[in-house]
Design a protein around this ligand. Structure first.
Ligand SMILES: [Zn+2]
Length: 82
């Protein structure tokens, strides 16, 4: 099974003062871990009826998830080396 694997290289943007301290990016198309990419579950009704297909509450039935990644740049907590 193939995997969607991405790497983020973290480095501060050139014009932080103008663009703001936050960056946001989206990593799209990850297989939903809740429904394993099916997008739905079979639900058994209380009374004897046929099973009903119910959309996954996490991915909304798509079977895929996007990761929205926010990076906030702030002053370092590491001591400056002299
Ligand atoms: Zn899902």
């Amino acid at each position: 099974m193939s995997k969607n694997r991405q790497v983020i290289t973290v480095s501060p943007p050139l014009f932080l003062k103008e663009t703001g301290r936050k960056e946001q990016m989206r990593s799209a198309g990850h297989i939903c871990s809740h429904c394993h990419g099916n997008g739905w579950f079979w639900r058994q009704p209380d009374v004897e009826k046929d099973s009903v297909k119910e959309a996954c509450p996490i991915c909304g039935g798509s079977g895929r998830l996007d990761a929205v990644i926010t990076i906030e740049w702030c002053p370092s907590e590491e001591r400056r080396k002299v």
